[in-house]
Design a protein around this ligand. Structure first.
Ligand code: S6P
Length: 504
């Protein structure tokens, strides 16, 4: 049904708008999908009909901005702004865990004005597991919003797309399965709406199944390259273990997947922005984001190949890994030129290259989902494996959990506390206390600190690193914060650091 809505919107682009919105990786995928869809429409000389919203604005496309996720009012304000003057809005809120207050605020706003807004929620938790925690300044929770949507879904005034995709390979890392499922599902919905609006192809169950199967084939082909992916993960892991870097140099829309994967490493693994970096041929011109060039915000936002050549390449050594990401339809001579320049500095050079087997131009153009959508998914899977695998090798995963997670919003604060409980076996109150001691860098907590709210704690967390590993070492060994810091400095892998302390 939501694909029917997409069709209706496309037939009346002047008064209609499709808005995709999310936080963190869900917002980045909103950007990727909306941009891809608008590009397709432009190629058909049609008006763009899609907009994206990412919590924290465009800087969140490339860097970690976790705090705005907690703000439902900010979500509403940004939604009102993009929808000004529109008579019909299909709002697609993405929250893999059915948890982001930013998205809950937007959905609640849509539910209050059904004449204009049709809300769709995309996520991968069963509805009864939606977050039921009070949000600042709100009378509703994510869960209560989901309940209202379920009611309206009966009369097709709202839609809930929340298949269960199973647990993530690394607990909590919704960027992987959740992110891939978001891309796949929404592209299927959009492709079906698109085909119905422009080539009068009726939307059928079989048609949808066929789109899904094309993605299934893309996934199977990708994982058939096991050896290649393993070699890539090993090189990237070695580079990170040696304190060196991994650079993704991409062309076309595939480069976006590199930028996205790199940007996730900070909040997910506590990585430095220089550890894994993405660059895109054409820089911001190719990115075509709402707010335009962001390079003035600092080196984290230097994304063009020229920036790589000027600022990164001169310092590369034989221990850095470079990955070229392109398709046979990109300017391959440019790729070769880049490969030669990189080779002068490092021999660890890999390529993720996509092409069709014995294709004809027609099959490339007519495929639904398009080849570029399938290549994007395939690239996402490979790069997710590379960055996750490399961080596993670096010791950033402890018992299948992302242990060095940032504690910069309420979801992550609760996750960190639960993680400490699970891994240390200590009661919740002791774990939270250990977390706060690391955040405020003191062995005894003052009453001022213990009575502060989570927003204050998560704000303080912005300037801290290795918060959860330090708290865990303190809890498991009973050592002081200063001792834990010095052991983790000597041995960043928690298991080994604990063994060192036990031996001492
Ligand atoms: C990705 C990372 C975050 C989430 C963001 C939104 O691995 O965990 O950046 O993308 O917190 O999560 P959700 O559940 O609302 O999609």
């Amino acid at each position: 049904m939501s694909d029917q809505m997409v069709k209706t919107m496309m037939e009346d682009p002047d008064d209609s708008l499709i808005v995709l919105s999310g936080c963190g990786t869900s917002g980045r995928l909103a950007f990727l999908i909306a941009s891809g869809f608008n590009r397709e429409l432009r190629q058909l000389n049609q008006m763009s009909v899609c907009s994206y919203i990412i919590a924290g604005g465009d800087r969140a496309l490339l860097s970690s901005q976790e705090a705005p996720e907690d703000d439902p009012r900010l979500g509403v304000l940004s939604l009102k702004k993009v929808c000004e003057g529109k008579k019909r809005v299909l709002f697609i809120g993405i929250s893999c865990g059915l948890s982001a207050p930013f998205v809950a605020g937007q959905l609640d706003f849509c539910l209050q004005d059904p004449e204009v807004y049709t809300p769709v929620l995309v996520g991968f938790n069963p509805a009864h597991q939606a977050r039921d925690e009070p949000m600042p300044g709100c009378t509703f929770t994510f869960f209560s919003v989901v309940q209202r949507m379920q009611e309206l879904a009966k009369s097709h005034m709202a839609f809930l797309i929340n298949p269960t995709v199973g647990p993530e390979a690394i607990s909590g890392s919704s960027r992987m399965k959740g992110g891939s499922a978001t891309k796949l599902l929404l592209e299927v919905v959009f492709s079906a709406g698109h085909a119905a609006a422009f080539s009068h192809t009726p939307i059928t169950y079989e048609g949808i199944l066929q789109y899904m199967r094309a993605y299934e084939t893309a996934v199977n082909i990708t994982y058939a390259h096991r050896e290649g992916i393993t070699a890539l993960v090993e090189s990237a892991g070695q580079s990170l273990q040696r304190g060196r870097c991994v650079c993704y140099l991409g062309w076309g829309s595939l480069a976006l997947l590199g930028l996205i994967d790199a940007s996730e490493c900070n909040p997910t693994f506590g990585a430095d922005f220089g550890d894994i970096r993405g660059f895109i041929s054409g820089g911001y011109r190719q990115l075509n984001n709402n707010e335009g060039p962001l390079a003035s915000l600092g080196p984290e936002f230097y994304i063009a190949h020229e920036d790589f050549l000027l600022l990164v390449l001169p310092n590369l050594s034989d221990q850095d890994t470079v990955v070229l990401i392109y398709t046979h339809s990109d300017d391959v001579s440019e790729v070769v030129k880049m490969a030669c320049l990189v080779r002068e500095k490092t021999s660890i050079l890999h390529a993720v290259c996509h092409q069709t087997d014995g294709d004809t131009a027609a099959s490339v153009l007519n495929s639904i989902p398009s080849f570029s959508q399938q290549w994007e998914l395939s690239t996402k899977l490979v790069l997710n494996a590379v960055s996750t695998g490399a961080h596993v090798l670096k010791g950033k995963i402890y018992q299948n959990h992302m242990i060095d997670v940032q504690v910069t919003n309420s979801k992550l604060y609760h996750r960190a506390t639960r993680l400490l409980q699970k891994l240390s076996g200590c009661p919740e109150s002791r774990c939270e206390e250990a977390l706060l001691k690391v955040l405020y860098q003191m062995d005894e907590l003052s009453a001022d600190i213990t009575s502060s709210d989570i927003t204050t704690h998560t704000r303080t967390a912005r300037n801290r690193s290795r918060v959860v590993p330090l708290a865990l070492v303190c809890l498991l060994t009973g050592c002081s914060l200063v001792e834990a810091e010095s052991y983790l400095e000597l041995q960043p892998i928690i298991r080994e650091a604990i063994a060192l302390i036990d031996k001492a």
